[in-house]
Structure formats: C-alpha cells, structure tokens
Design a binder for this molecule. Structure first.
Ligand code: G2I
Length: 467
C-alpha cells in the first residue's frame, strides 16, 4: 500500500572502475570512470535512498509527447497541478467530476508512480457555490468534500495535502477565510474526515513561506503540528511548497526547518519546488535543497512544480529543471548529482491510528463478544450544529463475513452522509452495514467507517451484529 518502502538500490560507489589501462611511452596511463551504478534519472536516484522525486502535472499536457517522455523517464510521483482542487472536483455542490484528475491518476498508476493528492480544503480555487457559503453550512460542505474526494481515491493516493495555506503571510496567525470563520478547529476536522475516508493515505498540512525557521509563519505552522501530535489529531506530514525567488529566497536554515518539523514525529515533503534564476546560481540552490532533504531521514520526497520552464506558473522566472525545449538544465545536473550522493534512508512508519483521540467526546462501546460476533467503538468530533463520527468495528474470535452497527442519534440529529458503510435511515436508531470491500474481518481484526451529521452526535453505546 502507500507506505511500502521504495526498493533500495545500491548507492553510488565511491570506488572507481578501471576501464582501461595502456602503457604509454614513459609510463602507465589509467582511464577511470565512475561506477556504472549511479542512477541516471531523478526518480531512480531518489529511490536509491528510499525517496520519491515527483512533479506537478497538468492533464491537458498528457498529449504532449515531449512532456510525457520526460515525465515517464524522470519522475516517480505526480501531483495534479489544478485537477484535484475543489473547483475542479465539485463544480456544483454534491456533483463531483473526476475526469481530468483521473487522467493524471491513471497515467501515474500505469507508470508505477505515486500520487500526491492536492488539495482537499483550501481558501482558494473554491467553486462559486462554496465561495458564498459561511458557518455551519460551509463546515458541512467542506467535510463532505473531503470525505467524498478522499473516498473516491481511496487506496490510490500516497499522500493528501488535506489543508493548504491556512496561515497568514505575516503575524503568525491563521489566514482569514470563510473556512477559518467556521471555527479554529476546521483544520483538525478536515484531517479527521480525511483519515476516516482513506486510512491508508498519509495526511499532510501544506503551505508556502514556511521554509525559513525564523519566520513567524513557519513557527505558527510548527506550533499547530506540535499541538496536533500532542492531541492525537491524525497528521502524518508537513509539505513545504518551497517556491523560491528573490522575495522568498532559499534560507540557509532550511535544513533546520526540515529537521524541526521531522522531530515532531511527522514526515516532511518538499511539495512544489521551483527556484527562479538561471545558470550555476540556480543549479547550486537546487543542489542545496536536495542535500538538505537527504540529510533529514524523514524528508521522504521532493516534488518540482512543473517539468519545463514553459510549464511553470512562473514561466518568466525559468524556475524548473528543463528548458522550454525539454533539455536538461544545469539545475537538473546538480539535482541529480546531489541525489546520487545519497542520504539518510527515510523511515516512514504507517499513519497513526485513524480514530485515536486522547479527549474523545463522547465515546461509546459494547462489551467484547465471547469468541464470536463483533464489537463497535466510536469517537465523535463535534462542533456547533454538526459532527463527524468514526466507528471501529472489531471481529470476535471467529471472524465475520458481514456486519451491521446500530447507533442511536439524539432528537434533532440526522446523518447526512456515510463512508465505508451503507446507512439505513438517517435519524433515531441508524443502522450502518458493511459495503462490499469491508464485510470480511478476520478474528480480532478491525475495520473503520464514518459518518457526518447535523445536530449533536450519538451518545448511546452502539450495537454490532454479524450478518
Ligand atoms: O500558485 C502556485 C501554487 C501555490 N501553492 C498551491 C498550488 O496549488 C499553486 O498552484 C497554482 C497552479 O500552478 C496554477 O496553474 O495554482 C494556481 C491557482 O491558484 C494555478 O493557476 C490557475 C489560474 O489562476 C487559472 O486562471 C487557470 O485557469 O491555473 C488555472 C489552470 O491553468
């Protein structure tokens, strides 16, 4: 699944291979060359230290043979540049369109590449219907979006940028947005919904200008991640976009920033790298960024934000690794050389348990079955006017081939949608039955489903029955 380690291949040997020797007049001349096992593409060289090297991809360029040729040769991870954003995937409320995103995902899967999902919750590129929403309605719409999109791509996404760019550019506070005005807990609510929808994906917080350790925005993001880890909010990684230019230059303390986030117990990923400039100056900075990542065990992947300079959102800054004709730039060579110099092999433990919360409110459980049947426990994440619930179903000693959990909602509460289970009814005693892929549970093992609702969440203990 997504956390399967990239197969390790031998590092570049420092020994030199003797190619030929000839005796010339007056002495022995040796011709030497580096060992042939130095990887010759970005993806392969990153994989040598257990990392990926990815790029942003635009669906409408998948018919450009030069573009696709470089993509398939060099990269082993992709991010949809725009096609998975909210305006692209839910242009009308509750009408989901995945056509362009699917073209990218299917291409990546066919090529054996990882997919970074970008992005589930963001103040920008919201469809018109969402831009006009506020309060509880927006909170529910946001959670519904997170749930539906992450569920749709369940099992195909290595890492989701769950929330993008939630901090203000200066001052160290949150960015004002319609999402932020639904309550400060909107970010953790999004992460919990994403975890419930796709428990196998790594969940990232992603932002720009969190590269310089001394900047207030970096410290604000760090403080949030530390708090999330302390309280059991399901977060696995931090994405540093790393768009570098004269206004936001590569900072000399970048490695400190990567190390500091990683020390919180999350992976770090460089998610949208581009560096404006040219020639050796640009090349040196690319090399520095790669060396910083490779020095940090939990920096497990780098993504550049486009392939050729002409593909870039900042094309005039020529910030990428290939020129407009698809030729390798000096920046490419220094990036490859830095990758081939090797680094710390990252250790990426699987995501933390989806439903663990140190202060669940409220929770319920049924007594364990004696050797047969099933049990259910749940946690609720509630806010004024709504909630999401995560339910864990555990098989008894005989295992089960089908299950149904019944939870009773208080008066005024109603289920609006469920994931990884099919509900019968929406109010009162609501029954949630397994879906096709999670009915079988081995003895002592568990599966999880979730649902979202209006009003306040369940308070009575759930019952679990086999079917
Ligand atoms: O702005 C650079 C990146 C910053 N971090 C988040 C990323 O998601 C963001 O990507 C850029 C895309 O590279 C652009 O391609 O996000 C922009 C929008 O915020 C994208 O630009 C949009 C244009 O604004 C639209 O007019 C255009 O229709 O690209 C669309 C598709 O080409």
């Amino acid at each position: 699944m997504s956390d399967r380690p990239v197969p390790r291949r031998p590092r570049l040997r420092t020994t030199l291979t003797l190619l030929a020797a000839s005796v010339a007049a007056g002495g022995l001349t040796l011709f030497v060359a580096p060992s042939a096992d130095a990887a010759t593409t970005l993806g392969a060289s990153a994989a040598a230290s257990g990392r990926y090297f990815g790029t942003a991809v635009a669906a409408n360029k998948l018919s450009d043979s030069t573009y696709v040729g470089i993509l398939n040769r060099e990269f082993n991870s992709v991010t949809a540049e725009n096609e998975m954003k909210i305006d692209a995937t839910e242009p009308q409320q509750n009408q989901f369109t995945f056509g362009n995103a699917d073209r990218i995902v299917n291409h990546a899967i066919a090529q054996g590449m990882k997919v970074r999902g970008h992005t589930l919750a963001w103040h920008s590129q919201q469809p018109g219907w969402m831009q006009g929403m506020e309060g509880t309605a927006l909170r529910q719409a946001m959670l519904n979006h997170v749930t539906r999109v992450a569920t749709n791509y369940r099992g195909k996404i290595d890492t989701w940028d769950v929330v993008n760019e939630a901090f203000a550019d200066s001052g160290g506070g949150r960015r004002d947005s319609n999402l932020q005005r639904t309550g400060n807990d909107w970010i953790e609510a999004a992460f919990r919904a994403a975890r419930a929808a796709d428990p196998g994906a790594k969940l990232c917080y992603n932002d720009y200008n969190i590269d310089n350790w001394t900047w207030a925005k970096t410290q604000a993001a760090y403080t949030m991640v530390r708090d999330f880890k302390a309280r059991g909010v399901p977060i696995d990684c931090v994405g540093l976009q790393s768009h570098f230019n004269s206004g936001s230059p590569y900072p000399s303390n970048y490695r400190t920033t990567l190390q500091s986030f990683a020390a919180l117990g999350v992976d770090v990923q460089i998610t949208e790298l581009d560096i404006e400039g040219s020639g050796q100056t640009q090349a040196t900075t690319y090399g520095n960024v790669v060396r910083d990542c490779l020095a940090v065990a939990r920096c497990n992947g780098i993504t550049v934000w486009g392939i050729r300079d002409t593909d870039s959102w900042r094309a005039s800054g020529t910030p990428l690794l290939f020129d407009g004709n698809g030729n390798k730039k000096a920046a490419y060579t220094s990036t490859l050389d830095a990758l081939n110099a090797g680094g710390t092999n990252p250790t990426t433990p699987p995501p933390t348990s989806p439903t663990v919360s140190p202060t669940p409110s409220p929770t319920g459980t049924t007594p364990p079955p004696s050797g047969a049947g099933c049990t259910a426990t749940y946690t609720v994440n509630a806010w004024t006017g709504g909630f999401t619930a995560s339910v864990k179903v555990t098989a008894g000693g005989s295992g089960v081939n089908g299950w149904a959990v019944t939870l009773t909602l208080p008066a005024g509460a109603a289920v609006t949608n469920a994931w990884n289970a099919q509900n019968s009814g929406t109010t009162g005693a609501v029954r949630f039955a397994n879906v096709s892929y999670n009915g079988q549970i081995a003895a002592g093992s568990s599966t999880e489903f979730g649902f979202q609702g209006t009003g306040s969440g369940p308070t009575a203990s759930p019952t679990c029955a086999t079917s």
